[in-house]
Design a protein around this ligand. Sequence first.
Ligand code: THU
Length: 137
Amino acid sequence: MIDKKKLIRAAIQAREYSYSPYSGYCVGAALLTADGKIYTGCNVENAAYSPTNCAERTAFFKAVSEGERSFCAIAVVGSPKGALTQYAWPCGVCRQVMFEFCDPESFNVITAVSEEIYEERLLKELLPLGFGPDNVK
Ligand code: THU
């Protein structure tokens, strides 16, 4: 059973570290591995803009670069600086990164405005008919 409240809490904490001086849009993510570990991430912006990394990809790259390959769920929280006022569904690039490492039939994407108020979708709903590792085998 996924402890969704714990995962959302971790994403909310990670958002505190958001480096977003250009957009002012602060995002946090918490990625749950199959064996129950949580890797967090925030968005990291750049004066040249395009090197900006989303919170979800920060969490994935931290986890993958430490040897993790199996994931169950991710919680994402994002809003302009301050209170969480909206659901922040992952951007297309982050969905593609998820598709590389996760089973679209079971990977759970949660976006929240609080521990109690959230929505969730399977990755296959967010990226139907995706291009992934199976295509290039
Ligand atoms: N951002 C994320 O961190 N995740 C997303 O899925 C969408 C956008 C960040 C990138 C940028 O720093 C800011 O939000 C505004 O686009």
